[in-house]
Every structure is written in C-alpha cells, then in structure tokens.
Ligand binder design. Sequence first.
Ligand code: ATP
Length: 293
Amino acid sequence: MLQVKDLHKHYADVKAVNGVSFSVTEGECFGLLGPNGAGKTTTIEVMEGISKPTSGEILYRGEPQGSRFREQAGIQFQSTALQDFLTVAEQLKLFASFYPKGLSFDELVEVCALEKYLNRDASKLSGGQRQRLLLAIALVNDPDIVFLDEPTTGLDPQARLNFWDLVNKIKSRNKTVLLTTHYMEEAYNLCDEIVIMDHGKIIAQGSPDELLEEHFQDVIIELPMSDFNEKAAATMPYRILEKVQPTVEIVTSDVNATLAELLSANVSLSGLQVRARTLEDLFIELTGKELRA
Ligand SMILES: Nc1ncnc2c1ncn2[C@@H]1O[C@H](COP(=O)(O)OP(=O)(O)OP(=O)(O)O)[C@@H](O)[C@H]1O
C-alpha cells in the first residue's frame, strides 16, 4: 500500500532519516519504533506528504502521493491545535464539513468512545479524551490508511489501554494503520510488522514475534537481590536492576539447570519470576542502551 524507498531527510548537519526503505501492506498495523530523536516523526511526516524528503521516494498504491492519497489518508498529529471554545460535537462537525464524504457522526462517536463528552469544550478534556477526539478527527473522512504519531505519549496506563482498544477496533474495520511509538509494549500489542529505528536508520524489521524468535532462544529469571547470595553470584552471570527493590536478572536458555544451581546455593525461590524476552530487551541487545523514552 505504501512503499518508502531509500528515504533521506537532513536538517542542516542533522541526518534525521538516513537511508530508510520499507513497505506497508494493506490492512496491517505497521509500527515505527525507536527512542526520542530516532527519526520516527520525520519519517512519518514524509510518508504523510506534509514534509519533502531530501532524497528518496514514497509510493502510495504504486504512485507518488497525490489527490487519491489525500482523500484516503487520515492523520493524527503529535499535537493538533483545536478550537478551544468548540465542544467535541462541534469540532467533529467542523472537521467533517471539510470532506465530501466520510463516517457518520454517530459511528465516529461510537468508534472513539466519545458519547459522554460531546458537549464538553475541547480545552476541558483529559489527555486520553483529547487523544480520542484527535483520533476521531483523523477518521472523519473514513480513511483507508490512518497515521498515528505517538498517540499514547503522556497517557496514563489505563488511558493507553483504552486507546489500544480503539486502534484494534480500527484494525478490525480493515484499515491500514501506521503508528509511531517509543513504547515497545504498545508495538508488541498492536503491530503486525515493526521497524525499529535509531539515529535515522533501521536496526531491525519483522513481526514482533519473528524478531523475538530470531534474536532470543533464552528467557529471563528475576529474583529479589536480597534473596541472592555470593555462592550463586560466583556460579552464574547476572546483572542487577535498580527497580522498586534491587533485582537480580539472570539470562538463561536452561531454566531447570539454573533453578537447580540457585537451589544448591541455598537461594530462596519464593520471590522468583521467569519472563519471556520483550522488544525492550531486543532494543537493548541491538543498541547496547536502554530506551531513552
Ligand atoms: N525541523 C527540524 N529542524 C532541525 N532538526 C530537526 C527538525 N525536526 C527534527 N529534527 C531532528 O531530527 C532528529 C529526529 O527527530 P524526530 O522528531 O524525527 O525523532 P522521533 O524519533 O520522532 O523522536 P520523538 O520520539 O522525540 O518524537 C532529531 O535529532 C531532531 O532533533
């Protein structure tokens, strides 16, 4: 549906995007991931047709983006200036009036769960409610492809989960979704295909599960630092995580053998947790650094 071919975007001496190519298939949720400053917004803005590339090409259904693309695309920007003194219902009607056709008012309100806020001024919405309104505005023309640029940044965990439900609803209506995020968990939950970017380049691409299977054959055992001891420390590689309470993290491809070693070192296993590798682990593995979200 969308092809990005050898995209470069430079600002003076900053190479914000530095040779990026990928394709987005119709009906999928495609995620662009990476830490702050990775080049996600710059890439998506060129894909949306609102910023010109320094070099490279974007094709929509095989053609350069033109009027067909503008009719069939919906965009939720990172920040959008709304008319503060209009209610939610008035905002939706205003944006709907810009397009010859689109979703009905009732459908928009239902999809974005805005029933309770229709008469509220946009300036009085919470962060999560505002994002739902911005999503409704992006859907006003019933687009085939929807761009969501960091739609859940700054939302609390519950509002983020609510937003994920909305994205899943949009996916079930067979829309193509292009999402940028620096939350690896969000990408894991929503995306069929992801590209991980850092410093303007792609460092990994695939479905979340494919990427995890390709890179990891092991799991992580975590236990409270207070339960670990010198004898265990001498027999296995580990690292200490500064969580709410300091935690020991042990990477192992043989859980049984590691547990046997911990038991023989008299380590209590009562606070132990085994967890699968995550995209966050993958990012650290690929770049050697924590996500700078
Ligand atoms: N208009 C601009 N002028 C100069 N530099 C810019 C401009 N826009 C972005 N940059 C730089 O390009 C790089 C990539 O920025 P971009 O906003 O695309 O990253 P991002 O991955 O979307 O980050 P974030 O998660 O913080 O939104 C950064 O170093 C940024 O400072």
